[in-house]
Design a protein around this ligand. Structure first.
Ligand code: KMH
Ligand code: ZN
Length: 311
């Protein structure tokens, strides 16, 4: 069988990192649009999008903060836009799914279990006077109190609300148990094959980012879903590119972007999202793989098409 092309997703800004941590992290509408477009030009066929307050860079799940950049991305690229439903660790699932429903995206994230989700150790890296905005320090330091809530009831509500939009989910699985949650949800008819699983590795609260764990996640997914799933990996922090490289060699797809890592190599900040996309693309191609175009990604993942979104 011919080797399937590798889909590169770029997660452009997210809700973990804050403006102080890197000047490259986009948070204005203009910068988010521009970096997303450049990431697509560099080879990302899926853009995983969060929004932020245009003035302060604080993470936002308000559709009004997505509205300025989504049409610009659509006009400038053919990339698949994937809207996050996990953009807040404190707001309700109803608030979190509103942007995906409002804009009827081709794809959106679907987080497959409740968990600790913390990045509080990052707060220790900055002095009080370093923080650019008032909200940042507490936001980061207080994440040790977070429970990222994604109960079965939440997942059902999100799946049922979004079903009329024919959105394909990026099933974010942060640990092996989340694969079993997904299996259960498929058995009760919430999701249909082919499903797209994102193995999320290296979040404090989830499974660690190493090769043994990747193989374990993949073997478990093979056992549960057979050939009715496609998969990708995102590894947080400096493990991003090394783990994406390994996954690409195991037949997986890859996610990069400043949401997941601010680095281009250990200890060196990335200049942009596009720089990370360019790097993983080069690696995939030098190792004999081919990168999927947006339309090839649409075919592989059975997406509804870029003409059926509401932006
Ligand atoms: N930030 C990632 C670890 C979401 O947007 O729904 C997970 C994520 C969640 O992308
Ligand atoms: Zn995200």
């Amino acid at each position: 069988m011919a080797k399937q092309k590798t889909i590169i997703t770029c997660a452009v800004t997210g809700a973990i990192h804050t403006p102080t941590m890197s000047d490259a992290l986009p948070y204005t509408y203009d910068d988010i649009a521009q970096q997303a477009i450049e990431a697509a030009e560099a080879g990302a066929s899926i853009l995983h999008m969060h929004a932020r307050d245009n003035e302060t860079g604080a993470p936002s799940v308000d559709p009004k903060d997505f509205a300025p950049f989504l049409p610009r991305i659509k006009q400038a690229t053919d990339a698949v836009v994937n809207i996050s439903t996990g953009g807040s660790l404190t707001l309700s699932i109803q608030d979190r799914i509103r942007p995906a429903a409002t804009f009827s995206a081709e794809m959106c994230s679907m987080n497959m279990g409740s968990m600790n989700f913390s990045f509080h150790p990052l707060a220790d890296r900055y002095k009080d006077e370093d923080w650019k905005f008032d909200w940042e320090k507490n936001y980061v330091a207080n994440s040790d109190g977070n429970i990222f809530r994604n109960t079965f009831r939440d997942i059902k509500e999100a799946a049922e609300t979004l079903a009329p939009h024919d959105i394909k989910f990026e099933h974010e699985c942060y640990d092996v148990g989340h694969l079993y949650n997904l299996k259960f949800c498929m058995e009760i008819g919430l999701f249909k094959a082919p499903i797209f699983i994102q193995f999320v590795m290296g979040i404090l609260g989830g499974i660690g980012a190493d090769l043994e764990n990747l193989v374990f996640m993949k073997k478990t997914a093979d056992k549960l879903f057979g050939d009715s799933y496609r998969w990708s990996i995102l590894a947080a922090g400096a493990a991003q590119i090394p783990m994406a490289t390994s996954a690409s060699q195991l037949g997986g797809n890859v996610r990069v972007g400043l949401e997941d890592s601010l680095f281009i190599q250990r200890g060196k900040l990335a200049e942009s999202n596009a720089q990370q996309v360019t790097k993983i693309r080069r690696i995939v191609e030098e190792l004999g793989g081919e990168v999927a175009t947006p339309d090839e990604a649409r075919e592989i993942l059975d997406l509804k098409g870029g003409d059926r979104v509401a932006f």
